[in-house]
Design a protein around this ligand. Structure first.
Ligand code: BGC
Length: 761
């Protein structure tokens, strides 16, 4: 790396300021001979040759299945391969930074960009992001982890102010970013457009500096989302190094003025320049790009698509017999939805149509359009499709969310499919009992009107350019489906966790559901769902057995190893995704019923048995305690649950955490009797005195019998009263001070003789 002081000495203030604002839609101002070139992302390289054009059609590139599909593979190795392939394509175009991955949590199924994001679960999203970034960056191309943070809706995305409690922030919305930053070290992080706690994310010192750099040690550059910077000086001061796009000479001038007038320390500007210098050096270190093997990437896209498809329901209809006479119904047989709308849109190198791919296996297949391009119910098309289905041995009805419904910039308004498609499906299913639905969407749809009328449903997602071939592989049984849902499919939008709080009012979105996002909510509320998180069927069956944990008791900081055997008990080669959840039966803070903490994907031949091992570290047992501003592993019992989905737990084991996180003393003058008794240092001090305190209280307030007479249990009444309030009943002489007594007890528990005031001071 260039010597920092040499570099800074060689640049004027104006040059330094200029480096912090882009030169074009996609490039930085060159440092020496080298500018950094960026492109969208995330599921393909959206390279627009003219760097001054943002919205134009891009050069052809492999359109991989979008993040929702990649996540449904639960396969980090595959995510790594995709990252590496994207890196190779980016490098071949001279792109230094690919704008992805997007790891925002799916808070509501209505999110317009949900197709571009991984999951409702932070652990799964984090594991995939780490692998994807490692793959990409192994090709000398940097990632831009986005959108940091709390960009969970498109509605008013440039302005909405997110109000969230600290625990939900730490436990749900930050961990995927944290895992990606600390483990995969992305070259850049892209800030979100929206506000958090009143401040734009582009000008958020807590997010961009305190958490990202201070706590996680991020050494890369923070880049703005395109057009997210309102106040360039405030953004730089907060930690935003590079504003995109450019040029924006006015902002450059504002930086110069702010430094000259003493409103922005030169050292802050210098630090940003050095981080951008590091970015340029990372880009410059990439060697000559190898030619891209477009066929190999297309084949990879097909593998990912096949592995991502989730067999939601199958009453024996799938796979189809080769040569079966099948009606292929629905426009998306010939016009499949391969991706979503907005800045991620890729110009595919080619597209495999389901029609072409299936015709090779089902030469007698008959096509019926079923629904018109304008989505209006068309009785003639429905009749034609129904007749074709009646005359066939089975029907595959292709349903798709219309292209522009899933896009950046706005959310979906509901979960419904176009009525014309539903009408078509019901008409076909009424005459053809062997009807399977193939669903092309980037998220859940409401299936209540028809799910009971069809024996099989395959979720094919926004499946990328090779989705047609992948569909044929899965439908014909060459590949046994192994995708599982990375998000819950709810029955109805009214059931969803953010239903009442989304999209917010008067410019504010309050994340009232806190940590209870996705399955964490449905399980806590015991709400039925259409298909649970982690669900997905196969053409074979798996048996879980013989769960073993490396230790039944352990201390915080110890690693636990959990193993089990998984057997393929069916007839087909298959892959199973084994999921490990942790349940904390008793804890000081309320916790979700279970949380995903590890998973593994295992490939098994029919009859084969394998041991699967999963590791759990301290974080797997911890919650974030805002009181101590840290993660806490609380001593006590935990259940390790292993299953095939969040609601299909097959094996369980109990373990005991003996020594938990060492915490600073937390009792105060306000602490209740219950809190004293739960505190390891308070309990030995208070417990022996409790009968006496209780006696004093009873004599001041009346006997047990008096309390019983008014229908009250004195012991329960006392438990949640502050100790100081109980002692106040004994303040019958001017010499006795309840506060003084509590201070004395606090000092004994703490082991020193400071008063509560001295401690707070
Ligand atoms: C999107 C980003 C994207 C950028 C550049 C923005 O509108 O939010 O995800 O990377 O544009 O196209």
């Amino acid at each position: 790396m260039t010597d920092a002081s040499d570099l800074l000495d060689g640049l004027s203030l104006e040059q330094k300021a200029a480096l912090c604002v882009g030169a074009s839609a996609w490039t930085t101002v060159p440092e020496g001979a080298r500018a950094v070139r960026m492109s969208d992302g995330p599921h393909g390289v959206r390279f627009v040759a003219d760097e001054h054009l943002a919205g134009r059609e891009s050069e052809p590139a492999t359109c991989f299945p979008t993040a929702v599909a990649l996540a449904s593979t639960w396969n980090p190795l595959l995510a790594r391969e995709v990252g590496a392939a994207l890196g190779a394509e980016a490098a071949a175009c001279g792109v230094d930074v690919l704008l992805g991955p997007g790891v925002n949590i799916k808070r509501t199924p209505l999110g317009g960009r949900n197709f571009e994001y991984f999951s409702e679960d932070p652990y799964l999203a984090g594991e995939l992001a780490v692998a994807w970034i490692e793959g990409l960056q192994s090709r000398g191309v940097g990632a831009s982890l986005k959108h940091f943070a709390l960009n969970n809706q498109e509605f008013q995305r440039q302005s909405i102010d997110v109000e969230i409690d600290e625990r939900a922030l730490r436990e749900i919305y930050l961990p995927a970013f944290e895992a990606a930053v600390t483990r995969a070290r992305p070259w850049t992080v892209m800030c979100a457009y929206n506000r958090v706690a009143g401040q734009l994310c582009s000008q958020h010192p807590r997010l961009l500096s305190a958490i990202l750099r201070g706590e996680w040690g991020f050494d890369g550059a923070v880049v703005s989302d395109w057009g997210a910077v309102r106040d360039r000086v405030a953004a730089l001061a907060a930690g935003l190094d590079l504003e995109m796009p450019g040029p924006r000479p006015r902002h450059v001038q504002e930086l110069v003025t702010a430094v000259t007038e003493g409103n922005l320390p030169l050292a802050t500007l210098d630090a940003a320049v050095l981080r951008l210098q590091r970015l340029t050096e990372r880009a410059a270190a990439r060697g000559a790009a190898a030619p891209v093997d477009a066929d190999a990437h297309h084949a990879l896209a097909r593998r990912v698509a096949a592995e991502s498809m989730v067999l939601l329901k199958n009453d024996g209809l799938l796979p189809l017999a080769p040569g079966a006479r099948v009606a292929l119904v629905g426009r998306s047989v010939r016009e499949p939805k391969i991706q979503g709308g907005g800045s991620s849109r890729v110009n595919p190198t080619r597209v495999d149509l389901p029609w072409d791919a299936l015709l090779a296996d089902l030469p007698g297949a008959q096509y019926a359009e079923g629904w018109a391009a304008d989505l209006r119910p068309d009785p003639a098309l429905i009749r034609e499709a129904t007749d074709a289905a009646r005359a066939s041995e089975a029907a595959l009805v292709f349903l798709a969310l219309p292209g522009e419904l899933e896009s950046e910039g706005y959310d979906r308004t509901d979960l419904t499919l176009p009525p014309a498609q539903v009408e078509l499906l019901r008409s076909v299913a009424a005459v053809q009992p062997r009807t399977a639905v193939i669903l092309n969407s980037g998220g859940a749809v409401d299936m209540r009107a028809w799910i009971g009328e069809v024996p099989a449903v395959l979720q094919a997602w926004t499946m990328g350019q090779a989705g047609g071939g992948a569909l044929a592989d899965v439908l014909m049984g060459r590949v046994s489906p192994s995708g599982k849902l990375a998000e819950t499919f709810p029955l109805a939008i009214e059931d969803t966790p953010a239903y009442l709080a989304y999209p917010g009012e008067n410019g504010r979105a309050r994340y009232d559901e806190g940590c209870y996002v996705g399955y964490r909510y449905y399980e806590a509320r015991r709400r039925p769902v259409l298909f649970p998180f982690g669900h997905g069927l196969s053409y074979t069956t798996f048996v879980y057995d013989d769960l073993r944990v490396s230790a039944s008791s352990f201390d915080a900081g110890d690693a636990l190893s959990v193993s089990l055997s998984v057997a393929n008990s069916g007839e087909a080669l298959g892959q199973e995704i084994v999921q490990l959840y942790v349940h904390d039966p008793v804890s000081r803070l309320r916790r979700p019923v279970k949380e995903l903490k590890a998973f593994a994907k295992v490939t098994l031949q029919p009859g084969e048995v394998r041991r699967v091992t999963l590791e759990l570290g301290e974080r797997a047992f911890s919650y974030y305690d805002p009181l101590h501003a840290r993660w806490v592993a609380e001593p006590g019992d935990f259940d390790v649950l292993v299953g095939a989905s969040a609601s299909d737990i097959r094996l369980r084991a109990r373990v005991t955490l003996v020594h938990g996180t060492e915490l600073p003393f937390a009792l105060t003058r306000d602490s209740s009797v219950r809190e004293w008794l739960a505190d390891p240092r308070g309990e030995p001090v208070l417990a022996p005195m409790l009968p006496q305190i209780r006696h004093g209280m009873a004599s001041a307030m009346g006997s047990d019998q008096d309390h019983q007479a008014i229908g009250m249990d004195l012991d329960r009444f006392l438990m949640d009263m502050p100790l100081v309030s109980i002692l106040a009943f004994g303040e019958t002489s001017p010499d006795v001070s309840a506060v003084g007594l509590v201070d004395e007890l606090l000092a004994r528990a703490r082991g020193d003789d400071r008063t509560a005031e001295e401690v707070t001071a």
